[in-house]
Design a protein around this ligand. Structure first.
Ligand code: HEM
Length: 328
């Protein structure tokens, strides 16, 4: 029997009289569906990190407890551990999505045994998963604050948890006064910059490309927030070194992307006329390449010298801690 319904761009049947969804909405729906395996992998990674952090807390090897001794009870502080685990999977997924994006916008992907379409799909799905992981990280921190504030009424507990985690400038203790707004900046920029892709037909491809470039700021803020606040990378030891080390391929790929962009129009060429850009744009591009080169050199110096901003492990409980919470 013939049906009145017609297939939309995704192949799904659209009942008569119902407005046909826009291409943007169809693309988002399709990507959300494709992101399912990716998100499942992210949940598995988060669970593994959670178990690892829990085991370290139980064995007495946790740096979080070394810095905040009142947290020496994994059963009570499991939401805090889960928040940390989501933070790490979020950062790992952010690393992957930025690497895929840089490979796509430069010429690096041409040497990989992967088609451009596959890389593009991975870039889009990992970016959606990253946003969800970042949000889950902040949400579990808020949940832990709600659980912790037992002396307050429910409305106040919910407000404190929400405001301390999501309202920039509200959290007012220790390093968190700077580190939390940096994390919030990353989260709040990631969502619009990531989702703009799905309205690029409306805003124009050129505007989308210009804005999408700022996604690198999200990544830099995420790493900065972690280096500043992560208690598991608090001391100047190997976990912190690995975190710095992982930034070298990102900076190197950024440099490569700037030096050898996929788009001909972005190549440097000689200033003014010919294939080159007008003088101000030329200086801007040349400056970008110089900064990326300096970042690569700076990262190598940090890793080799070991001067990575990590604190020395004290013999006594530390005088400075990220939070000023006391034992319940
Ligand atoms: C609303 C935004 C955010 C809030 C409220 C927040 C909160 C926190 C807090 C309280 C910590 C300290 C945990 C510890 O003791 O180690 C932390 C660490 C961390 N955050 Fe965030 N964060 C936010 C955004 C982000 C974003 C966007 C990322 C990027 C993926 C991120 C990744 C991390 C990582 C990897 C750690 C280290 C965890 C550890 O040391 O085990 N955070 N964050």
């Amino acid at each position: 029997m013939l049906s009145d319904a017609s297939p939309d761009e995704d192949g799904a049947e659209v009942p008569p009289g119902r407005p046909r969804p826009s291409g943007d909405r169809v693309a988002l729906r399709g990507d959300l569906r494709s992101a399912l395996p990716d998100a499942t992998a992210a949940v598995v990674v988060t669970a593994l990190v959670f178990v690892f952090l829990w085991a370290r807390m139980e064995s007495g090897a946790s740096d979080t407890v070394a810095i905040m001794p009142f947290m020496d009870d994994a059963g009570t502080y499991w939401m805090y551990l889960l928040s940390q685990a989501f933070g790490w999977s979020g950062l790992l997924w952010a690393w992957c999505t930025v690497m895929f994006g840089l490979l796509l916008s430069g010429t690096g992907h041409t040497r990989l045994p992967l088609s451009r379409q596959v890389l593009e799909r991975w870039h889009r799905t990992t970016s959606l998963t990253t946003m969800a992981l970042m949000f889950a990280h902040a949400l579990m921190f808020a949940a832990e604050l709600v659980r912790y504030e037992t002396k307050l009424g429910w409305a106040e507990r919910l407000w404190v948890g929400f405001a301390d985690s999501f309202v920039p400038g509200w959290y007012d203790s220790g390093t968190g006064r700077i580190a939390i707004p940096i994390g919030q900046g990353a989260l709040y920029l990631a969502v619009p910059l990531g989702l703009l892709f799905y309205v690029r037909h409306r805003i124009g491809a050129k505007t989308w490309r210009r804005l999408h470039r700022f996604v690198i700021v999200v990544y830099v803020l995420s790493v900065w927030h972690t280096l500043l606040y992560g208690t598991n990378v608090w001391y100047g030891e190997w976990p912190r070194t690995v975190l710095w080390l992982l930034q070298i391929p990102v900076a190197a790929l950024l440099l490569l992307r700037l030096v050898r962009p996929a788009r001909r129009a972005e190549r440097l060429g000689p200033p003014k006329g010919g294939a080159g850009a007008a003088r101000p744009a030329w200086w801007e591009r040349a400056g970008g390449r110089a900064v990326a080169g300096a970042v690569v050199v700076g990262l190598v110096v940090v890793v080799v010298s070991g001067r990575d901003g990590g604190r020395d492990r004290p013999t006594d409980p530390p005088a400075t801690a990220p939070h000023t919470q006391e034992t319940e």
